[in-house]
Design a protein around this ligand. Structure first.
Ligand code: ZN
Length: 397
């Protein structure tokens, strides 16, 4: 390993603790400044391109091609999530290179992509390569919290009339053992994301002292509402990209599974229900999910709360809507004493085009073709991203 090699460059940016927080006060601006200065120093050719600062510390960079038409946007993010030090066997910002790996927060999510993109562009620039079309690099600085800088990047592109041909962000992976019974690695390409919605459940009633409790107080009523909703999940079904994922996996599956996967389109309702029973990750593929978070009420051991609240963190599957989810929640709880309030509602995101038999998509085929070139044994396929990435805001352009 040389000091200028890609490994040491990635290690250098992993070592900078750019942890983003919802509370801007807690975000270490100086570390983000240091990261931007380091990126500029490690990849001087990239830094010499047109660099536009977006949001607090986001970067939008234009690498001009022979034509500005139908540009490509390559994305990554500069921030990382906070660290619980006791979960780590090595310094999370030590960026040690050991056992064939770089150890550190953000190595995979997502500074590896920052380094890979910059290194690729830098080496092509050094060779005098000019891409056929413009290539934009978009590096958000708050992907893990608000995505404000990605939204700002979208506004810059929109104001310049840029309509990307392909936007490529983090999310998918080429993974072995991701699907039971499938030996081949699967290269999943996210083509849509679930919508992130939060609601608050509130029950108000008689509080008081714990020595004289009344029955069915706010905490109990809230608990009942949560239990009812937990026992009444939304209907399971398979969105179109999941049906195509299964169709592509079918030839690689053992005989009994092959027929089910290959016919997932026709068997969609039953296959969705089966998937919903196969553990939390499989279930998340097949339905809108409810997670109960931020339970709150009593401030003391002997105080019966006058108000008890919980947040339901909901991931809306393409095909459902925020309105249909709210209807379901009210119906499942079946108690008009439980307030159901929408904190933020995000619909599932549009589905990007992907190839199915008889209907190809050039951009999707380019990505899957590259997967097969680098990982010849992998099965490339579309899928629904269960979490959220900055790229969802680019659907606007
Ligand atoms: Zn990420």
């Amino acid at each position: 390993m040389t000091s200028s090699g890609p490994v040491s460059k990635l290690a250098a940016i992993v070592a900078i603790p750019t942890v983003s927080h919802h509370d801007q006060e807690l975000t270490p601006a100086a570390e983000f400044d240091r990261l931007l200065a380091t990126v500029a120093q490690l990849w001087p050719g990239v830094h010499a391109l047109e660099v536009i600062r977006v949001g607090a510390h986001g970067l939008l960079i234009r690498w001009p091609g022979r034509s500005p038409d139908q540009p490509v946007v390559l994305m990554a993010h500069l921030d990382v999530v906070p660290v619980v030090a006791s979960d780590w066997s090595r310094d999370p910002f030590g960026a040690e290179v050991a056992d064939g790996a770089i150890w550190g927060r953000g190595t995979l999510d997502d500074k590896g992509c920052v380094a890979a993109i910059c290194e690729a562009v830098e080496s092509l620039l050094a060779r005098g390569f000019v891409p056929a079309r413009d290539v934009w690099l978009s590096f958000g600085c708050d992907e893990e919290v608000t995505s404000a800088s990605a939204r700002a990047a979208v506004e810059v592109l929109r104001s310049r009339g840029v309509r990307p041909w392909l936007v490529l962000d983090e999310g998918g992976a080429v993974a072995r053992d991701a699907f039971p019974g499938i030996a081949a690695p699967v290269g999943v390409v996210g083509v849509t994301e679930k919508g992130l919605t939060n609601i608050r459940l509130t029950v108000t009633g008689g509080g008081g002292h714990a020595s004289t409790p009344a029955r069915n107080g706010p905490a109990v009523r809230l608990a009942r509402a949560i239990t009812r909703l937990d026992r009444a999940p939304m209907a399971a079904r398979l969105p179109e990209p999941t049906i195509e994922l299964f169709r592509r996996l079918a030839p690689h599956a053992p005989a009994p599974m092959r027929a089910v996967l290959g016919n997932a389109g026709r068997l969609a309702p039953a296959a969705g229900r089966l998937l919903a029973l196969a553990g939390p990750e499989a279930a998340a593929l097949a339905r809108t999910t409810f997670a109960f978070t931020m339970l709150a009420g009593s401030p003391a051991r002997n105080v019966i709360p006058a108000t008890a609240t919980a947040v339901v963190n909901i991931r809306v599957l393409p095909g459902d809507t925020v309105a249909s989810v709210l209807d379901h929640v009210r119906l499942a709880i079946g108690d008009d004493q439980v307030g159901v309030e929408l904190i933020e509602g995000e619909e599932p995101w549009p589905v990007s085009p992907y190839s199915v038999p008889g209907r190809g998509d050039e951009a999707f085929d380019l990505v899957t073709g590259l997967i097969t070139e680098v990982f010849p044994e992998a099965v490339p396929a579309p899928y629904v991203v269960l979490a959220s990435t900055d790229s969802r805001f680019f659907t606007a352009i």
